[in-house]
Ligand binder design. Structure first.
Ligand code: GLP
Length: 286
C-alpha cells in the first residue's frame, strides 16, 4: 500500500484523474472499476475536462461500477446509473454499451450478481479500480463484517451508511435498504486499486484503514492485503495518520511518482491547469 497526501481536495482529485488518464493512454482497452459518491465528482469533472481539452479517449474503455441500489431504476435520480451518466458517461466518448452497473431492478437478484461477476471475468477482470470510503470503512457497500472473500451480492445497508447517504434523498424513508455490491474479494482481485478520500469526516476511518489492524469490521483494511493499492488523500483526510512524514518521503522519492510530483502544465499549452504547489526536490534514489 502507498499513501499520498496532497495539500487539498482539488489537488488530490487531480492526481487521481491524472493517474487514470495515464493508465488509459497506456492501455486504450482499459477495464475500469468505478465508484460513486461526492468525493468522486471532482475526479470525473477533471476527466471530462481532459477529454474536452486534450482529447482523452474513452472509446475503448470498459467500465464496471462497484454497486447499485436495489429497487431504483436506471433513470431514477438517486440511482448510481443516473449519477454515472450525468457525471461521466454522457460527457465523454465512451460507448454506453461498454458501461456496466448491477441492475437494481432485477427480479432474480442472486442471478444478477452472478451474471455481473461473469461479465467482469469475460472482460478479462478489472485493471484499475477506483474506490471511495464510507464513514464506517465500507468499500462499495461492503458493510462491517463483509467477508474478505465475498463476491458480488446483495447487502443490507447499515444505519451509518443510510444516514451518510440521506442528504442525497428527498425523504429518509426513500433511502433504499439494500444494494448490490461487488464483494471485498471481487475488489481484491482487481489489478490495481486507487482509493480517494478527502475531508475531515474521513480522517478517523482512513487512519484505521491504513494503520489499524486488518479486520472485516472495516472492509477498507482488506486493502492492506492488496499488492498494488494507493490511497490518495487531502491533508484533512490524512490528518490522523501517525506516519505521514514517511508517506510524504515515499511520494517525493519513489521514481514512479516523478511525473505526478510536479505541477500539471499550465492551461493553454495542452489543457492542464496549474493547481499543484511546488514540492521539495527529491533526494537521490538509493
Ligand atoms: C457510497 C458508495 C461508496 C462510496 C461512499 C462514499 O456509500 N457506495 O462506494 O465510497 O458512498 O461517499 P462520499 O464520497 O460521498 O463520502
Amino acid at each position: 500500500m502507498e499513501v499520498v497526501i496532497r495539500p487539498n481536495a482539488d489537488a488530490a482529485a487531480d492526481l487521481v484523474a491524472r493517474m487514470i488518464a495515464q493508465e488509459m493512454r497506456s492501455h486504450p482497452r482499459l477495464v475500469m472499476g468505478l465508484a460513486t459518491g461526492n468525493t468522486m465528482e471532482a475526479v470525473y469533472a477533471r476527466l471530462v475536462q481532459m477529454h474536452r481539452e486534450e482529447g482523452l479517449d474513452f472509446s475503448g474503455c470498459r467500465t464496471f461500477n462497484l454497486d447499485e441500489y436495489v429497487g431504483l431504476s436506471s433513470n431514477h435520480a438517486n440511482s448510481y446509473r443516473h449519477y454515472m451518466n450525468q457525471h461521466l458517461f454522457l460527457q465523454v466518448n465512451i460507448d454506453l454499451q461498454n458501461t456496466h452497473l448491477p441492475d437494481g431492478m432485477a427480479t432474480d437478484l442472486p442471478a444478477e450478481c452472478a451474471n455481473y461477476e461473469r461479465l467482469i471475468a469475460e472482460n478479462g477482470g478489472i485493471d484499475l479500480q477506483l474506490l471511495g470510503i464510507g464513514q464506517n470503512g465500507h468499500l462499495g457497500f461492503n458493510e462491517p463484517l463483509s467477508a474478505f472473500r465475498s463476491r458480488t451480492r446483495v447487502k443490507i445497508l447499515s444505519p451509518v451508511t443510510r444516514a451518510q447517504n440521506a442528504p442525497l434523498f428527498p425523504r429518509p424513508d426513500l433511502i433504499p435498504h439494500r444494494a448490490i455490491t461487488m464483494g471485498v474479494g471481487s475488489i481484491l482481485d482487481c489489478r490495481r486499486c486507487v482509493l480517494l478520500a478527502t475531508g475531515e469526516e474521513k480522517a478517523v476511518i482512513v487512519a484505521r484503514a491504513v494503520e489499524g489492524p486488518i479486520t472485516s469490521m472495516i472492509s477498507a483494511t482488506a486493502l492492506q492485503l492488496h499488492p498494488d493499492c494507493t490511497l490518495i488523500l487531502d491533508e484533512t483526510a490524512g490528518s490522523k495518520l501517525k506516519e505521514s512524514d514517511y508517506y510524504h518521503w515515499v511520494f517525493e522519492n519513489q521514481p514512479e511518482w516523478g511525473p505526478f510530483r510536479t505541477a500539471a502544465p499550465a492551461a493553454g499549452k495542452n489543457g492542464f491547469q496549474t493547481r499543484l504547489p511546488a514540492v521539495k526536490k527529491p533526494v537521490e534514489a538509493v
